[in-house]
Design a binder for this molecule. Structure first.
Ligand code: 3UK
Length: 515
């Protein structure tokens, strides 16, 4: 592990001369029928570095990537590290408003995107607040982007130099930038991959979570590329049909999913779909708690354990995980080697065994701070300890059980939903006077957003629900749009006026499928 002041560059870590000597001819990436060896990847990284170095960027300037999972994402990310820039991978689910926010907040000097996303976000008619490159506009790519004949030198970075910034939404609804140094990725490789995955160059990895998400970045970039293994990158939406097709065509040995994807694969199988899992040796899940029922169903149907583990953008990857052969349904598992964990009571002392407490974690992959948010950084990062915002209990064997969140945020398909953000989108409808959003848990134990609405005018009918939904749709990424909207006459509130979300959570379904 490099020490913080030691010269170190993430790009070298993956494709420096040593790595190319060992793995140069291995296949690094398979994507849309194309295979790239580690040497091919290194050449594309050099071409990207040459292209970026002509863009007048200085060390630690931010470059935003709005790209689907394809080799160019990996190449551009590594080229950015090579040049000492700070890469800002962006969610491809962003709305135009979110995009403006993160480009402005990060002070990005350049946006690298592709046709699909620039069209969806209307970048042609209304340019982004910074210059952008549409990689599809270079045709064929090899002429302009990929070779300029120049060669860019590796920047003079250290293990603790800033390397990338990942945006994650907070309880206030405004995303915050989580800054990681060059050393963070190697540390997740040693800790999580070293103790749980144990990958070899023969492994083939597929993750249904995208590279822009810290989970996907680890799964599809850090772990396979550090091991000299092969990653399968697919730009499509991970519907069960698509994931099953990838299993058959690419025969991965490791699969990383979120609970909703495992659940959709089980349903697809139960309704006659073919899911060939014979190539898999290990299945991993994170992003939100894996319901015990999905663990059991997968085990019974596929014959494999799903190893659930909790990670966060702040810690970069998983720090509590189940171990192969010792997985416990309904638990996040045990501490990953290299991480220390504490459960603190509301008053700040240590919790007694069995008592639910606030989870704090300490480990070398921790973030450097929130981008330009010093106060928030001080609240969250104290003496190397990171406050997760999660409530956990443990048992005598050191298994951790997720009890909930301190804020009211929850996950849909492994992605954050902040009730405040959804509520303010609903409040934008003129007939709405109050709104409260809580998770609605389905039979599999998974959440979608459920909105309770008090109206000030209009008829509380299906038509109004539809119009409220449309108002929300215009302002929110798809997965955040409530699957249920219900009218109530008054919000349940405490004496101090706080919405009693627990009361709303406990309300039975209004009539399944009614909306
Ligand atoms: C929740 C879980 C219970 C938990 C992530 C793997 O999800 C990731 O990062 P985010 O920053 O969210 C972090 C929060 O998500 N969570 C994640 N996994 C689990 N809760 N069981 C789980 N298995 O509230 C946590 O604080 O989006 C996951 C690797 C890297 C990641 N960034």
């Amino acid at each position: 592990m490099p020490s913080p002041k030691q010269p170190f560059n993430l790009c070298d870590y993956f494709i420096g001369p040593d790595k190319l000597n060992r793995f140069g001819n291995n296949i690094a990436i398979e994507s849309e029928g194309q295979s790239l060896t580690y040497r091919d990847l290194a050449a594309i990284v050099d071409q990207w570095a040459a292209t970026l170095s002509q863009r007048n960027l200085a060390a630690e300037d931010r470059i935003a990537l709005l790209l689907s999972d394809r080799p160019d994402f990996v190449a551009c990310f590594l080229a950015s590290a090579k040049l000492g820039l700070i890469c800002v991978p962006l969610s491809t689910f962003l709305t135009r408003e979110d995009l403006e926010f993160v480009l402005t907040d990060s002070g990005a000097k350049l946006l690298v995107t592709e046709h699909e996303h620039s069209v969806r976000l209307g970048l042609d008619s209304q340019p982004a607040p910074c210059p952008s490159i549409d990689i599809n506009a270079y045709s064929p790519r090899s002429t302009e982007i990929r070779n300029t004949g120049e060669w860019a030198a590796t920047a003079d970075t250290h293990a603790s130099s800033p390397c990338f910034l990942l945006y994650t939404s907070g309880s206030t609804g405004k995303p915050k930038g989580v800054l990681h140094a060059h050393q963070s990725i190697p540390r997740t490789v040693e800790c999580y991959a070293g103790s749980v995955l144990k990958m070899t160059p023969e492994d083939r990895v597929y993750s249904s979570s995208r590279l822009f998400f810290a989970y996907g970045l680890g799964n599809s970039l850090s772990f396979p590329l550090a091991a000299g293994a092969t990653v399968v990158l697919d730009p499509g939406r991970p519907t069960p049909e698509r994931v099953a097709a990838i299993f058959s065509q690419y025969r991965p040995t490791l699969f990383f999913g979120v609970p909703a994807v495992y659940n959709s694969l089980l349903q697809f199988k139960a309704t006659g779909g073919e899911v060939d899992t014979t190539s898999l040796r290990r299945c991993l899940s994170a992003g939100e708690a894996l319901p015990g029922r999905i663990f059991e169903d997968w085990k019974n149907n596929v014959g494999l354990e799903i190893l659930d583990g909790i990670g966060s953008t702040e810690m970069l990857h998983i720090f509590i995980s189940n171990r192969p052969g010792h997985a416990l349904a309904g638990s996040s598992g045990q501490a990953v080697n290299g991480y220390r964990l504490r459960l603190r009571s509301d008053e700040g002392g240590e919790c007694a065994r069995g008592e639910a407490g606030h989870l704090w974690v300490n480990g070398a992959s921790a973030f450097a701070g929130y981008w330009h948010r010093d106060e928030l950084t001080q609240e969250t990062l104290r003496n190397g300890w990171v406050r997760t915002g999660d409530l956990y209990t443990t048992d005598d064997e050191g298994f951790f059980f997720h009890v909930g969140r301190v804020d009211d945020c929850f996950k849909v398909r492994g992605l954050w939903v902040s009730p405040l953000e959804v509520e303010s989108a609903i409040l934008a409808h003129e007939s709405v006077s109050e709104a409260a959003v809580v998770p609605s848990i389905d039979d599999a134990g998974l959440a979608t957003a459920r909105a309770f609405v008090v109206i000030k005018n209009g008829e509380p009918n299906e038509d109004l629900k539809q119009r409220i939904r449309e108002t929300a749709c215009q302002r929110l990424a798809n997965y955040k749009v409530p699957s249920q909207i219900e009218f109530i006459s008054a919000m349940p509130r405490t004496a101090t006026g706080k919405v009693q979300r627990f009361k709303l959570r406990d309300l039975g379904p209004e009539g399944r499928g009614a909306n």
